[in-house]
Ligand binder design. Structure first.
Ligand SMILES: Nc1ncnc2c1ncn2[C@@H]1O[C@H](COP(=O)(O)OP(=O)(O)OP(=O)(O)O)[C@@H](O)[C@H]1O
Length: 322
């Protein structure tokens, strides 16, 4: 690990380390979600796939944490555990000191795929969640609430459209508004922008940031884009490559907010962080590959085969019964 990573590894990311090394700081935000020694795999027997092992994480109240990692390392598995959609094989996941045993409107999840109901309009899709969560509210209050979030994501002009009449970026906005409108305590964003083109992605990054700066909900965002992670997050936690992926030490971003993408490109701290996170990820991937090959450098062994007779009856071989 390089200097920045080691110097800025946030002790509270790793719960076990926190208890050993972190000095008691009364002003530090309390963790809202804690994962202790969490492991999760799929399948059984020879097809068993150990995806996550020994995950320790403190998600602090009000912070924006980005988890970055390579494809297939288990990022979605981690969000599903946090959302309560799946249960860990080992370890515990707590929210406000109580175990997470299933999904809850307190933890809003935005997926990579928008999962909107095709027969409902923009308003209908958002209202469905609002009506369920805020049953005790009057009809007018619920409608006003829906309209507020439609406006927040800039879709007031498209409120009567159905998903097939929207662009990818607009659909993802509906999905975001639907989750935000439920007023979850914790927002879980699972690569919400990865299906979008670069330009729309950039606009949506700014919108997510703007909304987060207004609402200051606790937010965990999964991404495979290091620049995106630095732009949005207070801390960045790298997910080491699987199988048996664990979290590496967190990088503290420490850049002033609000952040401007164009300015960041010239910011020395941004460049240092980008190098530090990228170098860390590349190094752990190389180590993981070495470990998987048993420490051997990959070499190709050629079989010791010599053709007996190249002039033989090839056609006969090709046509022989299998
Ligand atoms: N329901 C499941 N049943 C069996 N295996 C699964 C299941 N969900 C995920 N996996 C496997 O677990 C591993 C991690 O998958 P996961 O989707 O969590 O990774 P990821 O980091 O989110 O990947 P990506 O960035 O490509 O979306 C993969 O090998 C995947 O095939």
């Amino acid at each position: 690990m390089n200097a920045i990573a080691s110097a800025e590894a946030a002790p509270s990311l790793i719960a076990s380390e926190a208890s050993q090394h972190a000095p008691a700081r009364t002003s530090a935000p309390q963790p809202i979600i804690t994962l202790r020694n969490v492991s999760k795999g799929y399948g059984s027997g020879v097809t068993r796939n150990e995806v996550l092992t020994g995950i320790n994480l403190n998600l602090r109240e009000g912070e924006f944490l980005a988890v970055v990692g390579f494809s297939g390392s288990g990022k979605t598995t981690l969000t599903q555990l946090l959302a309560g959609l799946i249960r860990p094989d080992e370890g515990e996941i707590m929210m406000d000191g109580k175990p997470i045993t299933g999904p809850s409107p307190q933890r809003g999840l935005v997926f990579q795929n928008y999962s909107l109901l095709p027969w409902l309009t923009v308003r209908g899709n958002i209202a469905l969640s609002v009506d369920r969560v805020f049953r005790s509210w009057s009809r007018a209050a619920r409608r006003e609430h829906v309209d507020k979030f439609v406006e927040m994501v800039g879709l007031s002009h498209a409120v009567h459209r159905r998903p097939h009449e929207l662009s990818g970026g607009m659909r993802q906005r509906v999905s975001l508004a639907r989750t935000l409108a439920m007023k979850p305590k914790v927002l879980l964003l699972d690569e919400p922008l990865s299906a979008l083109d670069a330009l729309t992605r950039s606009v949506m990054q700014d919108e997510i940031l703007k909304i987060w700066e207004e609402e200051r909900q606790t937010c965990l965002m999964i991404t495979n884009d290091v620049d995106e992670a630095i732009l949005v997050a207070d801390r960045i936690a790298p997910l080491n490559p699987g199988p048996r992926a664990s979290l590496g030490p967190a990088f503290t971003v420490g850049l002033d907010r609000p952040r401007d993408k164009t300015e960041l490109n010239h910011n020395e701290r941004f460049k240092q962080l980008r190098n530090a996170v990228t170098n860390y990820l590349v190094a752990v991937r190389q180590k993981s590959r070495r470990d998987q090959s048993g420490g051997q450098t990959a070499s190709i062994k050629r079989p010791d085969i010599r053709p007996a007779d190249l002039g033989g009856p090839r056609r006969a071989i090709l046509n022989s019964p299998v």
